[in-house]
Ligand binder design. Structure first.
Ligand SMILES: [Zn+2]
Length: 448
């Protein structure tokens, strides 16, 4: 049993309370918050932690990643998406082995933790290796096996099989390690409407419906309308935009995470709103690849739920959700000319309670409330001069602080990070060395 004595708690509960000089009592066994209040609880706690220069808030949800791609960070910068993928990323990925993915994922997860993230949504191949890394590192993830069938030797059937094989792997993990059931979740991962055939997309929708009968949560995440090329190609070939095409085949729904969603017209936004699709905004990756900027304020105006993701470290090049959130907050003010757009509190809600609600996980996490899981990020505001003076906690976190101020991260009542130490990922130095070696090998093989 741990008792936190906190200077500030940003609860993100329904009243959006900020508590000063208050306590959080945590039951480590269940991982749950069992007490919140100004009074010190009567019952004895095994450990009392003084956090008198700290802000405690719910830890973050990074809604789009390909974590092992830390291995390919900076492999090629300053080129467009098409060249980047076809000339560099795909050939490099062909050379990655399962164990490379495992160690890449461990480093990626460590980077996520470093900026206060406790839940991420991932799409990649060898996703089993990523699941192992998530299991060991104690964080939470929604994992999907990325599939596509436009290349040789792939059919809708081979890709559905890969998806179901991954689910079978997770089912074995869930039954052999019960604790992972509310930590590791399954999603379907058709890569994009331009890399998946119509048949495959329809099969993915059918499988999602089927799986909902046995799983509590199933999502489909897919990259949509990322580039102008994709948008124009679809218009030319189908007479429809990527969004209206997906709607026409019955693919869209409230379980769909539409990643990027940059090239959308007003009528596409109406389609997304009507189908209750969730959009994932990845501003750094979209800017870096010159893809464009998603019209997030318009989406929010239409009632579309928008989450924030970093995308991969190959296109970002960080997995730092704090710098991503700050960029999102600033970017849309500049574009719209309206400084009131996406205020700091709203941005933080998009990383916590609003994300949890959109994903249907708000019964479990997303705010600091009795009965919810203790998934916490703790900022030490003495870590950086940038913190002083301040008058608003939300503004402090979004505009002033950066990941240097992240002192501790707890997931499910268990510390995973404390003062620069990764408590659940052992030998981070060795992992970095191994990953650097993998990188050298790939560059040698590619001759770059
Ligand atoms: Zn992506």
């Amino acid at each position: 049993m741990i008792l936190l004595k906190c200077r500030y708690i940003a609860t993100f509960n329904t009243r959006e309370e900020i508590l000063e000089n208050a306590y959080i009592g945590i039951d480590e066994k269940s991982g749950k918050i069992e007490y919140i209040g100004k009074e010190k609880p009567q019952k004895p706690y095994d450990e009392v932690i003084e956090l008198n220069k700290h802000v405690v808030m719910p830890s973050f949800i990074n809604a789009h990643t390909h974590v092992p791609m830390v291995l390919l960070r900076g492999l090629k910068d300053d080129v467009d998406l098409h060249t980047w993928l076809n000339k560099y990323i795909f050939p490099a990925e062909d050379r990655l082995k399962a164990t490379d993915i495992y160690y890449g994922a461990l480093q990626g997860i460590a980077e996520l933790i470093e900026s206060g993230t406790s839940l991420f949504i991932d799409m990649y191949f060898y996703e089993e290796e990523i699941a192992k890394a998530v299991m060991e590192s104690g964080v939470r993830a929604i994992l999907s096996r990325g599939v596509l069938d436009i290349t040789e030797n792939r059919t809708p059937e081979t890709e559905v099989k890969k998806t179901l094989d991954f689910l079978a792997f997770l089912e074995r993990m869930w039954s052999s390690n019960l604790e992972t059931r509310d930590r590791i979740f399954f999603a379907l991962g058709p890569h994009a409407p331009y890399t998946c055939s119509r048949e495959l997309l329809i099969l993915m929708r059918e499988k999602a419906e089927e799986l909902k009968k046995k799983l509590n949560n199933v999502w489909i995440n897919i990259h949509v309308a990322e580039t102008r090329n994709e948008f124009e190609d679809f218009l030319e070939k189908t007479g429809k935009s990527p969004v209206s095409y997906l709607d026409s085949i019955g693919f869209l729904g409230s379980d769909v995470l539409s990643i990027h969603t940059i090239w959308v017209r007003d009528e596409d936004l109406a389609v997304l709103a009507k189908n209750k699709v969730i959009v994932v905004h990845n501003p750094s990756s979209n800017l870096k690849l010159g893809s464009g900027i998603a019209p997030v304020p318009k989406m929010l105006e239409k009632g579309i739920r928008v989450l924030i993701g970093t995308d991969s470290a190959a296109s970002n090049n960080r997995l730092d959700i704090l710098s991503e959130a700050r960029l999102a907050a600033l970017l849309h003010k500049g574009i719209t000319g309206n400084p009131a757009i996406l205020p700091a509190k709203k941005i933080l809600r998009m990383l916590t309670i609003d994300a949890a609600k959109a994903l249907g996980l708000d019964g479990l996490l997303g705010s600091i409330e009795v009965g919810k899981q203790a998934d916490l990020v703790i900022f030490n505001i003495k870590k950086t001069l940038q913190a002083y003076p301040f008058h608003d906690i939300y503004s402090l976190i979004i505009y002033s602080l950066d990941l240097r101020a992240v002192e501790k991260v707890m997931v499910k009542g268990r510390w995973v990070y404390d003062n620069g130490q990764f408590l659940t990922i052992k030998n981070i130095e060795k992992i970095l060395e191994r990953n650097a070696e993998t990188r050298r090998r790939i560059e040698d093989e590619l001759g770059i």
